[in-house]
Design a protein around this ligand. Structure first.
Ligand SMILES: Nc1ncnc2c1ncn2[C@@H]1O[C@H](COP(=O)(O)OP(=O)(O)OP(=O)(O)O)[C@@H](O)[C@H]1O
Length: 577
């Protein structure tokens, strides 16, 4: 069965303000411009549907979950995730009050509907319903229906579908039995931990219903799996007053949600070759629900309280990204040997016809490409869709073509030899179909050229990126050299500064030396002057001595001699002058 691309459906539910929140102010989300739109701050967010605070449980169920009942019973896989911060209403939405007909959430309602459908189904069908319930906490998978299984591994089926190995599977034959299993799981979850609130906020609860239908006549089986997931609170661990948690624990708690965001981001980009499913247990277990074979609905739960505005915005953005994810769904059908053989024959026949059409069209396209105008009579007259898509039930597509729906009669043996095929005159409808086909081929060619151009551009971009990274490296080197030079400059400036200081000191010393020198010179000059005067005096004295020789003291001056002391006084005053 061909895969069908189905977008992940995203709905948003805004819960009402609780009493405490109401007492402390107005809600931050009040604007719902349309049934699929919600505004927060300046931004508007659009989803498949937005549920306002007044929405009821039955409204939420009818719009977001009920359509999946038929899908699961038709052999498709389906998943419903509830995402949002703690106390945003995830559990209220998924479980609600199990025993209240008004406040019951999605799980009890969907279980009820599944059984209603089953009770109305063909008596030839043998139906088995198996329930599993587990939680993922700190990257460990714990079976909520068998408390001895606290760290279950993940295995992979033959078709590469991950599953929890060794998980308990309970058979159920009525909604009451399923709900009893839900209650059992919930109470086990409570028993296992002392701090229920914090724990439930930080663990992911996964409820799985697997429905297998076996046709007693044909032995054909259909299997649909429904995952109902109440995710851990998406807020940062520190905001939940995570007491007694080590940093490692805090990181592990967030690991699954972070991995979920990364998987969603990678899938929403659409062209990523690698999706990091293996980064966490949650994304691994739910691999099929994200980009795989499942119809998936994501319910983003939002608090309207201004206190939670930042987290609400993150939640809205998470939902916005998830909108663009496309899953590839296919019915999980197991065929009997006879059906397999018939299908194989049919596929072989179809593939032979397709091969023939491709040959014809390739030949024609080659002629068009070579600039040749292919005459009407030589143009390809077969349409692929007519070969592939069945028209009436029970008729093989190949048979439809072979019967001449397009005016062509292809003998089975002659399929590989296109030249041997007789071509009838086409009707106007057929001509239009062929023209469309030709346009499609031309478009294909244009697309191919565009693709080549895109590839060349991508190469160019890659080159530019490489150059950019080289420039960046060079720039880094220059920056570090510049930094080094700056440091050297600063060192040199310091040295210069200290040398200038020393120079100034030396200049000061030089000035004082000059001053001292000048003083010394002045003193020397003074001394020379005195000595000159002394010499003059001596000369005078020598001139006066012969004259004094004629005096009574014979020219000598004696102690106690009054004239002599006068004489000395005269000499001293002469020196002083
Ligand atoms: N739409 C709603 N209408 C009325 N009450 C609601 C609604 N949504 C949530 N509540 C109430 O708000 C409280 C918190 O909701 P709930 O337990 O569902 O949050 P949660 O997101 O599952 O939190 P946690 O992550 O901690 O498990 C509950 O008392 C619940 O009954």
């Amino acid at each position: 069965m061909a895969d069908e691309a189905i977008r992940v459906k995203v709905v948003c539910r805004v819960r009402p303000l609780n009493e405490k929140e109401r007492a402390s102010g107005d809600a931050s989300i009040v604007n719902f411009p349309s049934p699929s739109c919600v505004a927060l701050g300046q931004r508007m967010y659009t989803y498949d549907h937005v549920f306002q605070p007044v929405s009821t449980q039955v409204e939420v169920y009818t719009t977001s979950a009920r359509p999946l009942v038929k899908d699961v019973l038709s052999g498709y896989n389906a998943t419903i995730f509830a995402y949002g911060q703690t106390a945003s209403g995830k559990t209220h939405t998924m479980e609600g009050v199990l025993e209240s007909s008004e406040f019951r959430g999605i799980i009890p309602r969907i279980v009820g509907d599944i059984f209603e459908h089953i009770y109305a189904m063909d008596a030839n069908l043998e139906i088995h319903i198996k329930i599993s319930y587990f939680e993922i906490y700190m990257e460990k998978i714990r079976d909520l229906l068998d408390m001895t299984k606290s760290n279950l591994p993940i295995g992979e089926s033959k078709t590469k579908v991950p599953y929890v190995k060794g998980i308990t599977e309970r058979f159920a034959t009525s909604p009451e039995e399923v709900l009893a299993v839900v209650e059992e799981g919930k109470s086990n979850r409570k028993v296992a931990v002392t701090n229920m609130n914090a724990h439930s906020s930080r663990s992911h609860a996964v409820f799985l219903i697997a429905i297998k239908q076996e046709n007693k006549e044909t032995r054909q089986t259909l299997t649909g799996k429904l995952y109902l997931v109440d995710l851990a609170g998406s807020e940062k661990v520190e905001k939940t007053n995570a007491q007694g948690l080590t940093l490692e624990e805090a990181k592990t708690i967030n690991k699954s949600l972070l991995a979920l965001s990364n998987v969603i981001a990678a899938l929403s980009e659409g062209n990523k070759p690698f999706i990091p499913y293996r980064d966490s247990k949650l994304t691994r277990v739910l691999q099929e629900s994200l980009g795989g074979n499942a119809r998936t609905t994501l319910i983003i739960c939002c608090s309207p309280s201004p206190y939670n505005e930042a987290e609400t915005k993150t939640t809205l953005m998470f939902g916005d990204r998830a909108k663009s994810i496309k899953n590839k769904v296919a019915v999980n059908v197991e065929l009997t040997a006879e059906e397999w053989r018939r299908r194989f024959e049919k596929e072989r026949e179809t593939s032979q016809k397709l091969k023939f059409i491709v040959q014809q069209q390739d030949a024609e396209l080659a002629r068009w490409r070579a600039g040749e105008s292919v005459p009407e009579s030589e143009r390809s007259r077969l349409k692929m869709k007519a070969v592939v898509a069945p028209t009436t039930a029970g008729e093989s597509p190949a048979a439809v073509t072979a019967q001449g729906a397009l005016g062509v009669n292809i003998p089975a043996a002659g399929l590989a030899t296109p030249t041997a095929t007789p071509i009838a005159t086409p009707t106007p409808v057929q001509t239009r179909a062929f023209e469309e086909e030709r346009t499609r081929l031309c478009q294909q060619q244009a697309e191919r050229e565009a693709k080549e151009k895109a590839q060349a551009l991508m190469k160019e971009v890659a080159n530019c990126k490489l150059k950019l990274s080289q420039y960046e490296t060079h720039n880094e080197t220059l920056t570090s050299t510049l930094k080094r030079s700056e440091l050297q400059k600063r060192d040199l400036e310091d040295s210069l500064h200290s040398l200038e200081g020393q120079l100034q000191d030396m200049r000061g010393k030089e000035e004082s030396l000059t001053r001292v020198e000048r003083e010394r010179e002045q003193r020397t000059e003074g001394l020379e002057h005195v000595s000159r005067e002394l010499e003059d005096l001596l000369e005078d004295a020598e001139t006066l001595l012969p004259e004094a020789a004629g005096s009574p003291s014979g020219g000598h001056c004696w102690q106690g001699d009054a004239d002599c002391s006068d004489n000395r006084a005269v000499q001293s005053s002469a020196f002083a002058d």
